[in-house]
Design a protein around this ligand. Structure first.
Ligand code: ATP
Ligand code: MG
Length: 477
Protein backbone atom coordinates (compact mmCIF):
# COMPACT_ATOMS: atom_id res chain seq x y z
CA UNK A 1 0.00 0.00 0.00
CA UNK A 2 1.42 3.37 -0.94
CA UNK A 3 0.89 6.70 -2.61
CA UNK A 4 1.45 6.42 -6.34
CA UNK A 5 1.71 9.29 -8.80
CA UNK A 6 0.50 8.50 -12.32
CA UNK A 7 1.81 10.82 -15.03
CA UNK A 8 0.22 10.53 -18.45
CA UNK A 9 -1.37 12.97 -20.87
CA UNK A 10 -4.19 10.54 -21.66
CA UNK A 11 -7.04 11.20 -19.17
CA UNK A 12 -8.64 7.85 -19.89
CA UNK A 13 -5.47 5.97 -19.06
CA UNK A 14 -4.99 7.99 -15.88
CA UNK A 15 -8.50 7.22 -14.82
CA UNK A 16 -8.47 3.50 -15.47
CA UNK A 17 -5.01 3.13 -13.98
CA UNK A 18 -6.09 5.05 -10.88
CA UNK A 19 -9.11 2.82 -10.48
CA UNK A 20 -7.03 -0.33 -10.75
CA UNK A 21 -4.52 0.88 -8.16
CA UNK A 22 -7.18 2.15 -5.76
CA UNK A 23 -8.83 -1.25 -5.87
CA UNK A 24 -5.49 -2.67 -4.77
CA UNK A 25 -5.59 -0.35 -1.78
CA UNK A 26 -3.12 2.32 -2.96
CA UNK A 27 -3.66 6.07 -2.81
CA UNK A 28 -3.36 7.65 -6.22
CA UNK A 29 -2.28 11.10 -7.42
CA UNK A 30 -2.31 12.07 -11.07
CA UNK A 31 -0.52 14.58 -13.25
CA UNK A 32 -1.07 15.22 -16.95
CA UNK A 33 2.42 16.40 -17.85
CA UNK A 34 6.04 16.38 -16.68
CA UNK A 35 6.10 19.84 -15.09
CA UNK A 36 3.02 19.09 -12.96
CA UNK A 37 4.61 15.82 -11.89
CA UNK A 38 7.79 17.62 -10.87
CA UNK A 39 5.80 20.16 -8.87
CA UNK A 40 4.04 17.34 -7.11
CA UNK A 41 7.32 15.60 -6.28
CA UNK A 42 8.77 18.87 -5.02
CA UNK A 43 5.80 19.52 -2.74
CA UNK A 44 5.17 16.06 -1.29
CA UNK A 45 7.00 13.20 -2.91
CA UNK A 46 4.83 10.13 -3.51
CA UNK A 47 6.19 6.64 -2.83
CA UNK A 48 6.25 5.66 -6.48
CA UNK A 49 5.90 7.38 -9.85
CA UNK A 50 4.55 5.70 -12.96
CA UNK A 51 5.23 7.94 -15.91
CA UNK A 52 4.59 7.90 -19.63
CA UNK A 53 7.68 8.48 -21.72
CA UNK A 54 5.96 10.39 -24.52
CA UNK A 55 4.09 13.48 -23.40
CA UNK A 56 3.59 16.93 -24.84
CA UNK A 57 5.89 19.59 -23.39
CA UNK A 58 8.67 18.23 -21.25
CA UNK A 59 9.45 14.67 -22.35
CA UNK A 60 9.20 11.77 -19.96
CA UNK A 61 12.96 11.35 -20.10
CA UNK A 62 13.56 14.99 -19.17
CA UNK A 63 10.99 14.78 -16.41
CA UNK A 64 12.58 11.59 -15.14
CA UNK A 65 16.09 13.07 -15.15
CA UNK A 66 14.93 16.10 -13.17
CA UNK A 67 12.93 13.94 -10.77
CA UNK A 68 15.83 11.56 -10.20
CA UNK A 69 18.15 14.47 -9.43
CA UNK A 70 15.58 15.79 -6.96
CA UNK A 71 14.74 12.48 -5.29
CA UNK A 72 17.33 9.83 -6.21
CA UNK A 73 15.61 7.29 -3.96
CA UNK A 74 12.13 7.69 -5.44
CA UNK A 75 11.34 4.66 -7.63
CA UNK A 76 10.08 5.59 -11.08
CA UNK A 77 8.49 3.10 -13.47
CA UNK A 78 8.33 4.25 -17.07
CA UNK A 79 5.40 3.42 -19.32
CA UNK A 80 6.28 2.98 -22.94
CA UNK A 81 4.71 1.88 -26.17
CA UNK A 82 6.47 -0.01 -28.91
CA UNK A 83 8.62 2.55 -30.69
CA UNK A 84 9.70 4.46 -27.61
CA UNK A 85 11.29 1.48 -25.88
CA UNK A 86 14.82 2.76 -26.53
CA UNK A 87 14.10 5.91 -24.51
CA UNK A 88 12.62 3.86 -21.68
CA UNK A 89 15.75 1.72 -21.63
CA UNK A 90 17.81 4.88 -21.56
CA UNK A 91 15.82 5.92 -18.47
CA UNK A 92 16.60 2.64 -16.69
CA UNK A 93 20.28 3.25 -17.45
CA UNK A 94 19.92 6.58 -15.68
CA UNK A 95 18.33 4.91 -12.68
CA UNK A 96 14.60 4.43 -13.41
CA UNK A 97 13.38 1.38 -11.53
CA UNK A 98 11.91 -0.43 -14.54
CA UNK A 99 9.71 0.08 -17.57
CA UNK A 100 6.42 -1.46 -18.62
CA UNK A 101 5.22 -1.91 -22.15
CA UNK A 102 1.80 -0.82 -23.38
CA UNK A 103 -0.61 -2.57 -23.71
CA UNK A 104 -0.31 -3.63 -20.08
CA UNK A 105 -0.62 -7.05 -18.62
CA UNK A 106 -2.22 -6.30 -15.29
CA UNK A 107 -0.65 -9.02 -13.10
CA UNK A 108 2.76 -8.07 -14.48
CA UNK A 109 2.39 -4.36 -13.71
CA UNK A 110 0.99 -5.04 -10.26
CA UNK A 111 4.01 -7.22 -9.51
CA UNK A 112 6.43 -4.51 -10.67
CA UNK A 113 4.55 -1.88 -8.67
CA UNK A 114 4.78 -3.94 -5.51
CA UNK A 115 8.49 -4.57 -6.03
CA UNK A 116 9.16 -0.90 -6.69
CA UNK A 117 7.19 0.21 -3.63
CA UNK A 118 9.12 -2.25 -1.49
CA UNK A 119 12.44 -1.09 -2.96
CA UNK A 120 11.51 2.52 -2.13
CA UNK A 121 10.38 1.65 1.35
CA UNK A 122 13.66 -0.11 2.06
CA UNK A 123 15.66 2.90 0.89
CA UNK A 124 13.63 5.42 2.84
CA UNK A 125 12.76 3.79 6.13
CA UNK A 126 15.45 4.39 8.66
CA UNK A 127 16.96 1.61 10.73
CA UNK A 128 17.88 2.92 14.16
CA UNK A 129 20.59 1.30 16.22
CA UNK A 130 21.07 0.59 19.88
CA UNK A 131 18.06 2.60 21.09
CA UNK A 132 15.74 1.71 23.97
CA UNK A 133 12.69 -0.02 22.43
CA UNK A 134 10.16 2.50 23.80
CA UNK A 135 11.75 5.40 21.92
CA UNK A 136 11.81 3.70 18.53
CA UNK A 137 9.20 4.78 15.98
CA UNK A 138 10.12 2.75 12.92
CA UNK A 139 12.47 -0.16 12.43
CA UNK A 140 15.50 -0.69 14.61
CA UNK A 141 18.24 -3.04 15.58
CA UNK A 142 17.30 -3.81 19.16
CA UNK A 143 19.44 -5.34 21.86
CA UNK A 144 22.29 -4.18 24.03
CA UNK A 145 23.86 -7.56 24.77
CA UNK A 146 27.60 -7.83 24.30
CA UNK A 147 27.39 -9.65 20.93
CA UNK A 148 25.08 -6.93 19.61
CA UNK A 149 27.42 -4.20 20.87
CA UNK A 150 30.11 -5.80 18.73
CA UNK A 151 27.77 -5.66 15.76
CA UNK A 152 27.05 -1.95 16.31
CA UNK A 153 30.74 -1.22 16.60
CA UNK A 154 31.48 -3.08 13.39
CA UNK A 155 28.72 -1.21 11.57
CA UNK A 156 30.09 2.09 12.84
CA UNK A 157 33.59 1.21 11.68
CA UNK A 158 32.83 -0.04 8.17
CA UNK A 159 29.68 1.83 7.15
CA UNK A 160 31.42 5.06 6.08
CA UNK A 161 34.03 3.22 4.01
CA UNK A 162 33.46 1.79 0.55
CA UNK A 163 34.57 -1.66 1.70
CA UNK A 164 32.69 -4.74 0.54
CA UNK A 165 31.00 -6.26 3.58
CA UNK A 166 29.95 -9.86 4.14
CA UNK A 167 27.19 -10.48 6.68
CA UNK A 168 26.94 -13.94 8.13
CA UNK A 169 24.62 -15.57 10.62
CA UNK A 170 21.72 -17.97 10.87
CA UNK A 171 18.41 -17.33 9.24
CA UNK A 172 16.39 -14.59 10.93
CA UNK A 173 19.30 -13.01 12.82
CA UNK A 174 18.97 -9.61 11.16
CA UNK A 175 21.40 -9.63 8.22
CA UNK A 176 19.09 -7.69 5.97
CA UNK A 177 18.43 -5.12 8.66
CA UNK A 178 22.17 -4.71 9.22
CA UNK A 179 22.70 -4.30 5.47
CA UNK A 180 20.22 -1.44 5.52
CA UNK A 181 21.83 0.12 8.58
CA UNK A 182 25.20 -0.04 6.80
CA UNK A 183 23.70 1.71 3.80
CA UNK A 184 22.04 4.40 5.85
CA UNK A 185 25.23 5.19 7.70
CA UNK A 186 27.33 5.18 4.57
CA UNK A 187 28.49 8.06 2.41
CA UNK A 188 26.11 6.72 -0.24
CA UNK A 189 22.99 6.99 1.89
CA UNK A 190 21.40 9.53 -0.46
CA UNK A 191 21.93 7.23 -3.45
CA UNK A 192 19.99 4.08 -4.37
CA UNK A 193 20.12 0.82 -2.47
CA UNK A 194 19.03 -2.20 -4.48
CA UNK A 195 18.44 -5.66 -3.10
CA UNK A 196 19.04 -8.75 -5.20
CA UNK A 197 17.99 -11.99 -3.63
CA UNK A 198 20.11 -14.66 -5.28
CA UNK A 199 17.74 -17.52 -4.41
CA UNK A 200 14.45 -15.83 -5.16
CA UNK A 201 15.42 -15.25 -8.79
CA UNK A 202 15.66 -18.35 -11.01
CA UNK A 203 19.22 -19.14 -12.02
CA UNK A 204 18.56 -18.48 -15.69
CA UNK A 205 17.31 -14.97 -14.94
CA UNK A 206 19.73 -13.96 -12.21
CA UNK A 207 22.58 -13.17 -14.54
CA UNK A 208 20.52 -10.87 -16.74
CA UNK A 209 18.87 -9.30 -13.69
CA UNK A 210 22.30 -8.41 -12.31
CA UNK A 211 24.22 -7.54 -15.46
CA UNK A 212 21.57 -6.90 -18.12
CA UNK A 213 21.88 -7.94 -21.74
CA UNK A 214 22.23 -6.56 -25.25
CA UNK A 215 19.58 -6.91 -27.90
CA UNK A 216 19.99 -10.31 -29.57
CA UNK A 217 22.18 -11.75 -26.79
CA UNK A 218 19.90 -14.80 -26.78
CA UNK A 219 16.61 -15.80 -28.35
CA UNK A 220 13.99 -13.62 -26.80
CA UNK A 221 16.34 -10.72 -26.10
CA UNK A 222 14.39 -8.37 -28.35
CA UNK A 223 15.55 -5.27 -26.54
CA UNK A 224 18.53 -4.27 -24.52
CA UNK A 225 18.04 -4.58 -20.76
CA UNK A 226 19.99 -2.69 -18.15
CA UNK A 227 20.94 -4.77 -15.12
CA UNK A 228 20.39 -3.87 -11.48
CA UNK A 229 24.09 -3.28 -10.82
CA UNK A 230 24.30 -0.69 -13.56
CA UNK A 231 21.03 0.89 -12.36
CA UNK A 232 22.46 1.28 -8.88
CA UNK A 233 25.46 3.28 -10.17
CA UNK A 234 26.72 5.51 -7.37
CA UNK A 235 24.79 3.53 -4.79
CA UNK A 236 24.84 0.22 -2.93
CA UNK A 237 23.83 -3.26 -4.05
CA UNK A 238 22.85 -5.83 -1.45
CA UNK A 239 23.47 -9.36 -2.71
CA UNK A 240 21.35 -11.40 -0.36
CA UNK A 241 21.88 -15.18 -0.03
CA UNK A 242 25.16 -14.97 -1.93
CA UNK A 243 26.05 -18.47 -0.73
CA UNK A 244 23.43 -19.76 -3.13
CA UNK A 245 24.69 -17.83 -6.12
CA UNK A 246 25.40 -20.06 -9.15
CA UNK A 247 29.09 -20.73 -9.71
CA UNK A 248 29.23 -19.09 -13.14
CA UNK A 249 27.86 -15.81 -11.81
CA UNK A 250 30.28 -15.78 -8.89
CA UNK A 251 33.14 -15.17 -11.34
CA UNK A 252 31.40 -12.08 -12.68
CA UNK A 253 30.88 -10.70 -9.19
CA UNK A 254 34.55 -11.21 -8.45
CA UNK A 255 35.35 -9.26 -11.58
CA UNK A 256 33.05 -6.48 -10.54
CA UNK A 257 34.79 -6.28 -7.15
CA UNK A 258 38.27 -6.31 -8.68
CA UNK A 259 37.84 -4.29 -11.83
CA UNK A 260 34.80 -2.18 -10.98
CA UNK A 261 33.19 -2.95 -14.28
CA UNK A 262 30.57 -5.28 -15.69
CA UNK A 263 29.67 -6.61 -19.09
CA UNK A 264 26.10 -7.00 -20.23
CA UNK A 265 25.30 -10.44 -21.63
CA UNK A 266 26.20 -10.38 -25.28
CA UNK A 267 28.00 -7.06 -24.79
CA UNK A 268 31.54 -6.53 -25.99
CA UNK A 269 32.80 -3.69 -23.88
CA UNK A 270 33.19 -3.52 -20.14
CA UNK A 271 30.99 -0.85 -18.55
CA UNK A 272 32.55 0.91 -15.57
CA UNK A 273 30.25 0.97 -12.53
CA UNK A 274 30.65 2.49 -9.13
CA UNK A 275 28.69 0.40 -6.65
CA UNK A 276 29.35 -0.73 -3.16
CA UNK A 277 28.58 -4.39 -2.52
CA UNK A 278 27.14 -5.70 0.72
CA UNK A 279 26.53 -9.46 0.69
CA UNK A 280 24.86 -11.84 3.11
CA UNK A 281 24.45 -15.54 3.60
CA UNK A 282 23.28 -18.02 6.20
CA UNK A 283 25.14 -20.84 4.43
CA UNK A 284 28.21 -22.67 5.61
CA UNK A 285 30.53 -21.09 3.03
CA UNK A 286 33.54 -23.16 4.14
CA UNK A 287 31.64 -26.34 3.40
CA UNK A 288 30.48 -24.90 0.08
CA UNK A 289 34.15 -24.24 -0.75
CA UNK A 290 35.09 -27.82 0.03
CA UNK A 291 32.27 -29.11 -2.08
CA UNK A 292 33.28 -26.86 -4.94
CA UNK A 293 30.04 -24.85 -4.90
CA UNK A 294 31.64 -21.56 -3.97
CA UNK A 295 34.69 -19.99 -5.60
CA UNK A 296 37.71 -19.72 -3.38
CA UNK A 297 38.89 -16.42 -4.89
CA UNK A 298 35.51 -14.80 -4.30
CA UNK A 299 35.35 -16.22 -0.78
CA UNK A 300 38.68 -14.65 0.19
CA UNK A 301 37.79 -11.39 -1.49
CA UNK A 302 34.46 -11.21 0.38
CA UNK A 303 35.53 -12.33 3.81
CA UNK A 304 37.99 -9.45 4.41
CA UNK A 305 35.28 -7.52 6.23
CA UNK A 306 32.84 -9.95 7.81
CA UNK A 307 30.19 -9.14 10.39
CA UNK A 308 28.82 -12.18 12.23
CA UNK A 309 25.34 -11.85 13.66
CA UNK A 310 24.64 -13.69 16.90
CA UNK A 311 21.74 -16.13 17.17
CA UNK A 312 18.95 -15.18 19.54
CA UNK A 313 19.96 -18.11 21.77
CA UNK A 314 23.36 -16.41 22.19
CA UNK A 315 21.70 -13.26 23.48
CA UNK A 316 18.63 -14.35 25.41
CA UNK A 317 19.03 -11.25 27.60
CA UNK A 318 17.77 -9.20 24.65
CA UNK A 319 14.46 -11.11 24.41
CA UNK A 320 12.41 -8.84 26.74
CA UNK A 321 13.51 -5.68 24.92
CA UNK A 322 12.84 -7.29 21.54
CA UNK A 323 9.43 -8.45 22.75
CA UNK A 324 8.52 -4.91 23.90
CA UNK A 325 9.69 -3.49 20.63
CA UNK A 326 7.67 -5.90 18.46
CA UNK A 327 4.65 -5.51 20.70
CA UNK A 328 4.70 -1.75 20.28
CA UNK A 329 5.46 -1.91 16.57
CA UNK A 330 2.75 -4.42 15.62
CA UNK A 331 0.17 -2.83 17.92
CA UNK A 332 0.78 0.45 16.16
CA UNK A 333 0.41 -1.21 12.77
CA UNK A 334 -2.82 -2.91 13.84
CA UNK A 335 -4.19 0.24 15.42
CA UNK A 336 -4.27 -1.28 18.92
CA UNK A 337 -3.83 1.33 21.60
CA UNK A 338 -3.10 -0.66 24.69
CA UNK A 339 -0.71 -3.48 23.94
CA UNK A 340 0.55 -5.62 26.74
CA UNK A 341 1.63 -9.05 27.74
CA UNK A 342 1.32 -10.90 31.01
CA UNK A 343 4.63 -11.69 32.79
CA UNK A 344 3.88 -15.42 32.34
CA UNK A 345 3.55 -14.97 28.59
CA UNK A 346 6.88 -13.13 28.51
CA UNK A 347 8.51 -15.93 30.50
CA UNK A 348 7.53 -18.42 27.80
CA UNK A 349 9.27 -16.22 25.24
CA UNK A 350 12.40 -16.03 27.38
CA UNK A 351 12.59 -19.78 27.88
CA UNK A 352 12.09 -20.82 24.28
CA UNK A 353 15.15 -21.60 22.13
CA UNK A 354 14.12 -19.69 18.96
CA UNK A 355 15.58 -21.78 16.13
CA UNK A 356 14.16 -19.20 13.70
CA UNK A 357 15.81 -16.38 15.66
CA UNK A 358 14.38 -12.87 15.62
CA UNK A 359 12.13 -13.50 12.65
CA UNK A 360 10.42 -16.28 14.60
CA UNK A 361 10.10 -14.07 17.68
CA UNK A 362 8.59 -11.26 15.60
CA UNK A 363 6.12 -13.63 13.92
CA UNK A 364 5.16 -15.14 17.24
CA UNK A 365 4.34 -11.77 18.76
CA UNK A 366 2.44 -10.63 15.72
CA UNK A 367 0.28 -13.76 15.75
CA UNK A 368 -0.18 -13.74 19.52
CA UNK A 369 -1.46 -10.16 19.17
CA UNK A 370 -3.92 -11.30 16.54
CA UNK A 371 -5.10 -14.17 18.71
CA UNK A 372 -5.42 -12.01 21.81
CA UNK A 373 -7.67 -9.66 19.81
CA UNK A 374 -6.36 -6.49 21.31
CA UNK A 375 -6.31 -7.62 24.91
CA UNK A 376 -3.34 -8.44 27.08
CA UNK A 377 -1.40 -11.32 25.52
CA UNK A 378 -1.78 -14.36 27.73
CA UNK A 379 0.41 -17.47 27.93
CA UNK A 380 -2.09 -19.48 25.89
CA UNK A 381 -1.96 -16.94 23.05
CA UNK A 382 1.81 -17.40 22.92
CA UNK A 383 1.88 -21.17 23.26
CA UNK A 384 -0.78 -21.51 20.59
CA UNK A 385 1.74 -19.95 18.22
CA UNK A 386 5.03 -21.53 19.28
CA UNK A 387 3.70 -25.03 19.14
CA UNK A 388 2.40 -25.52 22.67
CA UNK A 389 0.44 -28.67 23.23
CA UNK A 390 1.70 -31.10 20.57
CA UNK A 391 -0.71 -33.83 21.50
CA UNK A 392 -3.75 -31.76 20.64
CA UNK A 393 -2.64 -30.42 17.31
CA UNK A 394 -2.86 -32.55 14.22
CA UNK A 395 0.47 -33.38 12.59
CA UNK A 396 1.07 -32.13 9.07
CA UNK A 397 1.20 -35.72 7.88
CA UNK A 398 -2.22 -36.61 9.31
CA UNK A 399 -3.70 -33.40 7.99
CA UNK A 400 -2.34 -34.05 4.50
CA UNK A 401 -3.74 -37.58 4.61
CA UNK A 402 -7.21 -36.24 5.41
CA UNK A 403 -6.89 -33.68 2.67
CA UNK A 404 -5.88 -36.33 0.12
CA UNK A 405 -8.83 -38.47 1.07
CA UNK A 406 -11.23 -35.58 0.82
CA UNK A 407 -9.95 -34.65 -2.64
CA UNK A 408 -9.96 -38.27 -3.85
CA UNK A 409 -13.55 -38.82 -2.74
CA UNK A 410 -14.57 -35.55 -4.24
CA UNK A 411 -12.93 -36.37 -7.57
CA UNK A 412 -14.53 -39.82 -7.72
CA UNK A 413 -17.97 -38.35 -7.28
CA UNK A 414 -17.35 -35.09 -9.14
CA UNK A 415 -19.95 -34.23 -11.71
CA UNK A 416 -18.63 -30.73 -12.07
CA UNK A 417 -16.85 -29.81 -15.29
CA UNK A 418 -14.68 -27.37 -13.41
CA UNK A 419 -13.57 -29.75 -10.69
CA UNK A 420 -10.18 -28.09 -10.30
CA UNK A 421 -11.55 -24.59 -9.86
CA UNK A 422 -14.31 -25.69 -7.58
CA UNK A 423 -11.83 -27.53 -5.32
CA UNK A 424 -9.55 -24.53 -5.23
CA UNK A 425 -12.47 -22.28 -4.37
CA UNK A 426 -13.63 -24.54 -1.58
CA UNK A 427 -10.13 -24.77 -0.19
CA UNK A 428 -9.59 -21.02 -0.40
CA UNK A 429 -12.93 -20.47 1.31
CA UNK A 430 -11.77 -22.68 4.20
CA UNK A 431 -8.49 -20.76 4.54
CA UNK A 432 -10.24 -17.40 4.53
CA UNK A 433 -12.97 -18.48 6.90
CA UNK A 434 -10.45 -19.95 9.39
CA UNK A 435 -8.45 -16.73 9.36
CA UNK A 436 -11.63 -14.76 10.06
CA UNK A 437 -12.56 -17.16 12.79
CA UNK A 438 -9.17 -16.91 14.49
CA UNK A 439 -9.30 -13.14 14.42
CA UNK A 440 -12.85 -12.87 15.69
CA UNK A 441 -14.05 -11.54 12.35
CA UNK A 442 -11.62 -8.64 12.25
CA UNK A 443 -10.95 -8.18 8.54
CA UNK A 444 -7.83 -6.05 8.94
CA UNK A 445 -6.17 -8.60 11.18
CA UNK A 446 -7.34 -11.56 9.10
CA UNK A 447 -5.85 -9.90 6.01
CA UNK A 448 -2.59 -9.47 7.90
CA UNK A 449 -2.59 -13.12 8.97
CA UNK A 450 -3.10 -14.22 5.38
CA UNK A 451 -0.67 -11.73 3.88
CA UNK A 452 -3.42 -10.23 1.71
CA UNK A 453 -4.47 -6.64 1.28
CA UNK A 454 -7.77 -5.80 2.95
CA UNK A 455 -9.59 -5.20 -0.36
CA UNK A 456 -8.33 -8.56 -1.69
CA UNK A 457 -9.63 -10.27 1.44
CA UNK A 458 -12.96 -8.49 1.08
CA UNK A 459 -13.20 -9.65 -2.53
CA UNK A 460 -12.70 -13.22 -1.37
CA UNK A 461 -15.30 -12.88 1.37
CA UNK A 462 -17.77 -11.62 -1.24
CA UNK A 463 -16.81 -14.25 -3.75
CA UNK A 464 -17.19 -17.16 -1.35
CA UNK A 465 -20.20 -15.51 0.28
CA UNK A 466 -18.69 -15.96 3.70
CA UNK A 467 -20.58 -14.72 6.71
CA UNK A 468 -18.33 -12.77 8.99
CA UNK A 469 -19.29 -12.89 12.63
CA UNK A 470 -17.54 -10.33 14.71
CA UNK A 471 -17.00 -11.66 18.15
CA UNK A 472 -16.04 -9.74 21.24
CA UNK A 473 -13.62 -11.69 23.34
CA UNK A 474 -13.58 -11.33 27.07
CA UNK A 475 -10.19 -11.40 28.61
CA UNK A 476 -10.96 -14.33 30.86
CA UNK A 477 -10.88 -12.31 34.03
N1 ATP B 1 18.34 -6.77 16.27
C1 ATP B 1 17.12 -6.71 15.80
N2 ATP B 1 16.21 -5.90 16.36
C2 ATP B 1 14.95 -5.83 15.91
N3 ATP B 1 14.48 -6.53 14.89
C3 ATP B 1 15.31 -7.37 14.28
C4 ATP B 1 16.67 -7.50 14.69
N4 ATP B 1 17.26 -8.39 13.89
C5 ATP B 1 16.31 -8.82 13.04
N5 ATP B 1 15.15 -8.21 13.24
C6 ATP B 1 13.89 -8.45 12.52
O1 ATP B 1 13.80 -9.86 12.34
C7 ATP B 1 13.34 -10.20 11.04
C8 ATP B 1 14.40 -11.03 10.33
O2 ATP B 1 15.54 -10.24 10.08
P1 ATP B 1 16.32 -10.31 8.68
O3 ATP B 1 15.38 -10.45 7.55
O4 ATP B 1 17.25 -9.16 8.65
O5 ATP B 1 17.09 -11.69 8.89
P2 ATP B 1 18.18 -12.42 7.97
O6 ATP B 1 19.38 -12.62 8.81
O7 ATP B 1 18.34 -11.66 6.72
O8 ATP B 1 17.51 -13.83 7.73
P3 ATP B 1 17.62 -14.84 6.45
O9 ATP B 1 18.97 -15.46 6.47
O10 ATP B 1 16.54 -15.84 6.70
O11 ATP B 1 17.38 -14.01 5.24
C9 ATP B 1 13.05 -8.88 10.36
O12 ATP B 1 11.68 -8.60 10.53
C10 ATP B 1 13.89 -7.88 11.10
O13 ATP B 1 13.30 -6.62 11.05
MG1 MG C 1 17.76 -12.16 4.76
Amino acid sequence: MGTILIVDDDPQLRQSFAKLLQEEGHSVLTASHGEAALDQVRQTPPELVIMDIRMPGMSGLEAFTAMHALEPKLPVVIMTAFGTTETAIEATKLGAYDYILKPFEIPHILAIINQALEAGRIMRSKVEMNQPPETVQGEALIGCSRPMQEVYKAIGRVAPTDATVLLRGESGTGKELVARALYQHSLRSHKPFLVINCVAIPETLLESELFGFEKGAFTGAINRRVGKIEQAHGGTVFLDEIGDMPFSIQAKILRLLQEKSIERLGGRDPIPVDVRIVAATNRDLEKALEEGRFREDLYYRLKVVTIWLPTLAERTGDIPALADYFLARFSREMGLTNPGMTPEAKKILENYHWPGNIRELANTIQKALIFSRGYLIRPEDVSQVIGGDDARSMSDKDAMECLHQWVRQGLLTASDENAFDSFMDRFAAVVVSEALDLTGGNRTQAAKLLGLSRPTLQAKIDRYRLRVETSVKTNGD
